[in-house]
Design a protein around this ligand. Structure first.
Ligand SMILES: [Zn+2]
Length: 341
């Protein structure tokens, strides 16, 4: 079994000069992957043709109307989030790429998959665009899997350096989607405190791990092994979605964390072990942030190699982050107590 892969072929048409969420990010990733022998081992899938009706699985009609209007005028939907005349088409192509990988995995044609796409999605809420994000790609994949494949328990793991506020909002009262976010705190968008654990029937199926700046590989692994792994085992997901943001890389201009490509490989190995234990390795990772082009290319390359071969995949990855100066074991212990694991 292999790994499905999709991208956003027209992504360069969504661009604004000087903006950090720019086409060069994904171009660097694709250039790197095409030069890797792993490229030929991937099962390449084309984006599914999707319209705004699919986006209604998560987003309100009022927001989608606003998005279409903003694109006509090349406007900004919030101080960080631009649109161009092509942004709706590019955002839908990204969603189609995410769903094509999802379909390949849930139909059993591949075990896992990666969508190297832009714009990212995890800050977009049902009612508004935020933080460079237009459509909530991961949340839409989860809802689409429920509708088209009858999936009953979805795990979403978000290791982007920013809190996945949009994804959290969609599933905050939903007991059938476990949302785990490991992020730097304090940082944009300001949400994601430890006490945000879900509400109503969804209480306990949101887990936030707000880590201090300069947390490195060991701190992240402590969080994944001592806190998240037992929470995942309790939930027993049928499949796993990963909001794979790489702005916790030590070179990233937007974050202050101390991960490197090898550390991202190690985190993906942890998540792959969960997928092996609970979900027949069904796992779909979707690109979110990552704003240092070379660091992003290194990290995505390592991730794709780990998806193809969890043992060998991280072997050649760069382990060049500064020493991990932050001990987060006390924080992780408190969070494990909060979540009863
Ligand atoms: Zn981010």
């Amino acid at each position: 079994m292999t790994t499905a892969f999709a991208t956003t072929p027209s992504h360069a048409r969504h661009a604004r000069p000087g903006h950090v969420e720019r086409p060069e990010r994904l171009d660097a990733v694709l250039t790197r992957l095409r030069a890797d022998p792993a490229w030929n081992a991937l099962q390449h899938v084309a984006p599914l043709p999707v319209g705004l009706d699919v986006a209604r699985l998560v987003h309100s009609d009022a927001y989608l109307r606003r998005l279409v209007e903003a694109s006509r005028e090349e406007a900004a939907l919030d101080p960080d989030t631009y649109t161009t005349r092509n942004s709706v088409a590019v955002a839908l192509e990204t969603l189609g790429a995410v769903l094509a990988v999802t379909q390949a995995v849930l139909e059993g044609r591949t075990t896992c998959g990666f969508a190297a796409t832009r714009p990212p999605g995890h800050h977009a809420t049902p009612d508004r665009a935020m933080g460079f994000c237009l459509l909530s790609n991961v949340a839409l994949a989860a809802r689409w899997a429920e509708v088209h494949f009858g999936v009953e328990r979805t795990l979403i793991v978000d290791f982007d350096v920013h809190h996945g506020n949009g994804t959290q909002e969609v599933f905050y009262e939903d007991p059938d989607v476990l949302f785990l976010s490991v992020h730097q705190h304090p940082l944009y968008p300001g949400t994601g405190a430890a006490g945000e654990i879900g509400h109503g029937r969804g209480e306990g199926t949101t887990v936030n791990v707000p880590l201090p700046p300069r947390t490195g590989r060991q701190g992240y692994l402590d969080a994944f092994r001592r806190l998240l792994e037992p929470v995942v085992a309790r939930f027993r997901p049928e499949w796993i979605l990963v909001s794979a943001g790489y702005d916790a890389h030590w070179q990233d201009p937007l974050g202050s964390m101390h991960l490197d490509a090898a550390a991202f490989g190690a985190l993906m190995q942890e998540v792959m072990a969960w997928a092996d234990a609970h979900s027949d390795r069904r796992l779909v990772a979707i690109l979110e942030g990552g704003y240092h082009a070379d660091a992003l290319a290194d990290s995505v390359q390592t991730t794709v190699r780990v998806l193809l071969d969890p043992e060998a995949g991280a072997r050649d990855a760069a382990a060049d982050a500064p020493d991990d100066a932050v001990d987060v074991r006390g924080l992780i212990r408190d969070l494990a107590h909060l979540h009863g694991v």
